[in-house]
Design a protein around this ligand. Sequence first.
Ligand SMILES: [Zn+2]
Length: 109
Amino acid sequence: MAERKIEKLTKEKQKVIKDLPPLDKLMRGTFIQSYLECIRAGCKCHKAKKYRHGPYYRVSYGKDGRMHHVYVPVKMKEEVKQWTENYNKLWEAVEKISDINSRIIRLKK
Ligand SMILES: [Zn+2]
């Protein structure tokens, strides 16, 4: 009985591994789209949010106790957004495999 369950869980792990995102296409951080005010005194962007410039894209992430921001060129926005999604997918997969392994340990008792 336990053996069949373990076999099933092992197959589940293989499925998780098969769906892993490519490891060279990852980025840790939050992908952010923003509209900004400029420094020109008379510019209408200071009057209302709808006049702000943009959109601009960046990835923000914490490292060594502070926040870092990487500005993303418009032509890379879809690609980089995907990288941040891949990073999250990878950790979901790690969590899933860890969970399955803990179930396997309990079945072996
Ligand atoms: Zn402006």
